[in-house]
Design a binder for this molecule. Structure first.
Ligand code: SAM
Length: 264
């Protein structure tokens, strides 16, 4: 692959460091009962280690120029499906139906340009892997794992928190990649919550959370003009919050309580 031209448009920054590869794969605690989806194998740095440990691997790569190289590199394995397709257009529910497995894992060094669309897809299509170990841009990791009352706390943080426990595992210097990206990275672990608070109507919840964050600098009174503000205020008061608070001040449980109270 000497002549391979790295494609910036596909976010191709490949890992060069063996310790880092092991650290990422070990964080996923893959077993012989795991079905693992990898997004963007590149030259297969993580892929072989994943396939060594898992029952089956489903590997999505968008760049068909990597086909010959990857097929050669993975030829000793028979427990994988290598699909040259944009992950964003893949029907994951359909493909996973073919397999028997105890847990679904997603492991990836994600192409940074589509980190958020990939996470949104996983949540909106209800793919809900048991565990997700991904390397993403450090700033994005901070947003995903943001705590309430911080500026990084966003609607996506709230949606993620509903489904997953999110933990930042470690930071990774940009020097660990070739070609070297402009930004540092972090590896995060997202573990599916086993006990979730009950949401009466997920559509009402989704809309309410999005409306609360509509204009980040505005307070709830201004963002929620079309709602029954008196009802909302009564709930907020219980938690020492008010209509002057901003969306970033509300923990997940308060979003749920209010959205349940306005669901029919
Ligand atoms: N896993 C390899 C590694 O860690 O060295 C490569 C990681 S690189 C950051 C991202 C990979 O995702 C590239 O191989 C790129 O071609 C692939 N990719 C980019 N967009 C994709 C998409 N929409 N669907 C599937 N793969 C994609």
């Amino acid at each position: 692959m000497n002549e391979f031209k790295f494609k910036k448009k596909y976010g191709q920054n490949f890992i060069r460091d063996e310790n880092l590869i092991n650290k990422i794969v070990n964080s996923a605690e893959i077993s012989k009962e795991s079905l693992v989806i990898e997004i963007g194998p590149g030259m297969g740095a993580l892929t072989t280690k994943i396939l060594d440990k898992c029952k089956h691997g489903i590997i999505y790569e968008i760049d068909t120029e990597l086909k010959d190289f990857l097929e050669q590199k993975l030829k000793k394995y028979d427990n994988y499906e290598l699909i040259f397709q944009d992950f964003l257009t893949a029907d994951i529910k359909e493909i996973t139906k073919k397999y028997n497995y105890k847990e679904l894992l997603i492991v990836a060094n994600l192409p940074y340009y589509i980190t958020t669309p990939i996470i949104k897809k996983i949540i909106e299509e209800d793919i809900l892997a048991n565990k997700i170990v991904i390397m993403i841009q450090k700033e994005v990791a901070d947003r995903f794992s943001a705590k309430v009352n911080t500026k990084d706390y966003s609607s996506l943080t709230v949606f993620l928190n509903y489904h997953y426990e999110i933990k930042k595992l470690f930071n990774v210097s940009k020097n660990m990649f070739y070609p070297k990206p402009d930004v540092d990275s972090s590896v995060i672990l997202m573990s599916k919550k086993t006990e979730k608070e009950n949401i009466k109507d997920i559509n009402v919840f989704n809309k309410f959370v999005k409306d609360c964050f509509k204009y980040k600098r505005k307070n709830l009174r201004n963002n929620l003009k079309e709602y029954d503000l008196e009802k909302i205020e009564l709930i907020l008061k219980k938690y020492n919050l008010s209509l002057n608070s901003r969306a970033e001040n509300l923990p997940l449980s308060v979003f749920i309580e209010i959205s349940n109270s306005i669901s029919i």
